[in-house]
Design a protein around this ligand. Structure first.
Ligand code: ADP
Ligand code: ZN
Length: 805
């Protein structure tokens, strides 16, 4: 008997192994195994069992160990994994690793150390890459392989392996396939009167303190809790256990605190439109079988309540449900609503969780202790039994696309999974994607609509301010940040004690620093983008590679001394706002805010509680928040996305404007939206003003069809990245040449430099292929990927790319 085993990051992807007699009962698809691989060992997953093999028997090595007693992934997810690997062109092992909680199928970690011979070498005697490796190791004697490669600016490890041959380095491996620890240490006082215990540590004040604290608590406590309360070290606790002052045991960690920004789950009486939608989906749930729905409801129409009711029906039928949300950290409202309605039946998966927490939630789902999972895209891979409904909230959100291999789109996969497993799928949005609308147009999904906001409040009035007609702001290179109408509207809101949201798409102070004399722009030395001016940290930062440098005092091109911060980001807008309204309390919400621990909760919490009147932020402020006090939304500039050379820029702009407008007027007072723009006639802006989603999509689909862009065609991007420009270009040219002649129905664009030609010192060249259907696209991709790559070039294939930048 033989097993096909998928191993992450190995080629070829699935390898054949012999299943030894003794392991046969345990070797089934979905369990992990330990296998020999070249000179080392690896952890992989069995994907198929085969009775025979064509390989010569002595070339097949045996499986060493079976690591799980039951499959980690149910059959439907094993099938989905094969689909993902084939469709998104990602090795099966890497795909499976991405579907499992972090550690279970990760390659072993490796650590590099200098040998005494290596330590004696002088880095400056070696050439470029090797000398950087040695120099890094001189600074940090033990370092993980990926960290070392990154520090030395290398893309692959050939050189490292080569340097072990003369005995300069040693690479050691540590196994990492164990499930993370989910038990935590707890302690309890030993038996006997406390006075006696205290007497026994008269000369150890720390230990006495611990005893006193535990006695006062009158209960066992987590070791971490004791440490936090008394400041004692783990060594103190260990010593006390050894001396029989304490007993130690393990227990599951306490329930994580549940998010409670908008607390209380009210089960509203449904509106007529909600009833129609709930009935349609629940009857599909009861009937079973694949049934795709697009729930298009205007902002504030109660879409969440619709899917909560549908999930009630799912649970009542004894089945389980999957709720996908774009990014749980940024959209706590939706996941919070599900948790409040279903309590302990819910498991939340979350990228900010520790590995242990995530594993705990994952185990609860696998063991059937939780029957509803809420989470970002990977929650689709939760090991649930008997799924009765898959909900994709905010289906238009670009966070559903994974930006590393496998580059899957969770909304599309939800439909694939629903079709293969026979499950209804509910896509929800106020601004449906072109893809979802095309499904409805082609009769492949049923449309449900909520045209009115709940509780009778109207959609806000949207006004456009033509910035070409506005007097420029002094010191802003002819631009306007706060137009007359926006200033007046803000003044009114602040007077009445209401709240406002201001959208500005860039974070930091200003996106560009420019010399007034020669017009030179300060670019990142590693990337072909401008350095962003940050006021709070008083430096320039590259938003692509993270490099930062202090403010230059003169222009590096002409020596001029006048450098202008051109354009505006969140910091500058908040600054000008405080100048206009000296008493205003404003909070900023952007990626810099959420990077700090609890930054997001602090900002949203302060705003929800009314401690701040204005929320200034990037597109994060447009994400599904429900702040009833907000009566004004101001868009500082609608144009940032419109100018990007990407076919989705119009759709993105429309979605963002409509979503951010939808944050206004959700309470009992009417809302107002002011959009400032240089392009008041652009369809994305015009249709957003009219709240006319259908008209926008109709026009957009015409454009997509005319130029063979998705959803009218299938698109794939193949990008080549290298430290040397010519290598990247040549590889792209070779790929295009390998594609050869094409019929009219298939279009090849490029080879051409990517719009952002260089990132992290790597030049990027690409080709873009569009075809009418999946099979012809795959055939062309196979040809494009055929040429052998030089070691210095990395190839990235992105099927259905969301961005071509
Ligand atoms: P959407 O996701 O469509 O923007 P939400 O689901 O956030 O809207 O709903 C907006 C608010 O309306 C929420 O506070 C929700 O509790 C409330 N709500 C939902 N359905 C009803 C209803 N039928 N009657 C009254 N309020 C409702
Ligand atoms: Zn950079």
């Amino acid at each position: 008997m033989y097993a096909r085993v998928a191993v992450p990051r190995s080629a070829p992807d699935a390898l054949i192994y012999l299943v030894p007699e003794a392991l046969r009962p345990f070797a089934v698809p979905g369990v992990r195994v330990r296998v020999p691989l070249r000179q080392r060992h690896a952890t992989g997953m069995i994907v198929a069992i085969e009775p025979t093999s064509d390989l010569p028997p002595d070339s097949v090595r045996p499986i060493e160990e079976v690591l799980d007693d039951t499959p980690l992934l149910p059959h439907r997810l094993m099938v989905l994994a094969e689909f993902i690997a084939g469709y998104y062109r990602c090795p099966l092992g890497t795909t499976l690793a991405a579907m499992l909680p972090a550690r279970l199928l990760r390659a072993d970690s490796e650590e590099v150390r200098l040998t005494p011979t290596g330590a004696a070498l002088d880095p400056s005697n070696l050439d470029g890459d090797a000398s950087r490796i040695l120099a890094t190791l001189h600074e940090r004697p033990r370092i993980k392989v990926p960290t070392l490669l990154a520090a030395a600016g290398l893309r692959d490890r050939h050189l490292l392996d080569a340097m072990t041959d003369p005995g300069w380095l040693r690479i050691t491996r540590c196994r990492r396939d164990r499930a993370p620890q989910i038990e935590v240490a707890a302690v309890v006082l030993a038996d006997g009167p406390i006075s006696e215990l205290l007497d026994r540590c008269r000369r150890a004040p720390r230990q006495r303190q611990v005893l006193e604290w535990l006695a006062a608590a009158g209960r066992p406590a987590l070791a971490s809790e004791v440490a936090a309360a008394t400041g004692c070290s783990p060594a103190t606790l260990r010593a006390m256990v050894d001396r029989d002052l304490l007993h130690r045991f393990s227990q599951r960690p306490p329930q994580r605190p549940r998010w409670s920004l908008h607390s209380g789950s009210t089960r509203h009486e449904l509106t007529d439109e909600q009833i129609v939608a709930v009935d349609a989906v629940t009857s599909a749930v009861v009937t079973g079988g694949y049934a795709p729905f697009l729930l298009h409801g205007v902002t504030g129409s109660g879409k969440t309540e619709v899917y909560l009711r549908c999930l009630e029906a799912v649970l009542a039928a004894g089945r389980s449900g999957i709720v996908l949300v774009p990014e749980i950290g940024l959209t706590p409202a939706a996941s919070g609503a599900v948790e409040r309605r279903f309590g302990q039946a819910v498991a939340v998966l979350h990228s900010a969780q520790s590995e242990g927490e995530r594993w705990l939630e994952w185990s609860r789902l696998r063991d059937g202790d939780a029957r509803i999972v809420v989470g970002p895209r990977s929650a689709l891979f939760a090991p649930l039994d008997d799924v009765g409904l898959i909900v994709v909230d905010e289906e238009h959100d670009s966070a559903y696309k994974q930006q590393e291999a496998p580059r899957y789109h969770a909304r599309d996969l939800a439909l694939v999974l629903g079709r293969d497993a026979g499950v209804p799928v509910l896509l929800c949005s106020a601004t449906p994607s072109a893809e979802a609308s095309a499904l409805v147009e082609r009769g492949l999904a049923a449309k449900l609509t909520l045209t009115r906001r709940v509780a009778g409040n109207r959609l806000p009035d949207v006004e456009l301010v033509d910035l070409r007609q506005q007097p420029p702001e002094p010191g802003e290179q002819g631009r306007t940040l706060f137009s007359g109408p926006l200033k007046d509207a803000l003044a009114g809101v602040l007077d009445r004690g209401e709240q406002a949201i201001l959208l500005i798409q860039r974070r930091g102070w200003a996106p560009v620093l420019m010399c007034r004399d020669c017009g030179h722009r300060i670019d990142c030395p590693s990337c072909s983008v401008a350095m962003v001016v940050h006021q709070r940290s008083r430096d320039l930062r590259c938003h692509y590679c993270g490099r930062h440098q202090s403010f230059p005092s003169t222009c590096s091109a002409c020596g001029g001394e006048l450098l202008d911060a051109v354009g505006a980001g969140t910091e500058k807008v908040a600054h000008h706002l405080r100048r206009l309204f000296p008493n205003v309390k404003a909070v900023i919400l952007d990626r810099d805010t959420v990077r700090r621990r609890s930054g997001l909760e602090d900002a949203l919490g302060a705003f929800a509680a009314g401690h701040a009147q204005v929320l200034v932020g990037t597109q994060m402020v447009a994400k599904g928040h429900h702040f009833p006090g907000v009566t004004l939304t101001g868009v500082i500039s609608a144009d940032a996305l419109l100018n990007l050379p990407d076919f989705r820029s119009s759709e993105r702009t429309f979605q963002l404007l409509t979503q951010v407008a939808g944050r206004a007027g959700r309470g009992d007072r009417p809302g107002r939206v002011i959009i400032q723009t240089y392009y008041p006639d652009h369809p994305a802006v015009r249709f957003a003003r009219d709240h006319d989603v259908d008209a926008f999509l109709a026009e957009e689909l015409v454009f997509r069809r005319a130029f063979a862009y998705p959803p009218a065609a299938r698109l794939a991007l193949v990008r080549f990245e290298s430290r040397t420009l010519s290598a990247a270009r040549k590889a792209a040219e070779a790929a295009a040449a390998a594609v050869g002649d094409l019929p009219d129905s298939i279009r090849l664009r490029g080879p051409a430099p990517a719009p952002i030609e260089r990132i992290r010192e790597h030049w990027r060249w690409q080709i873009l292929i569009s075809a009418r259907n999946r099979d012809s696209l795959r055939a062309v991709l196979e040809r494009a990927e055929a040429p052998k790559l030089p070691r210095s070039v990395r190839r990235i294939t992105d099927v259905d790319p969301l961005s071509t930048l």
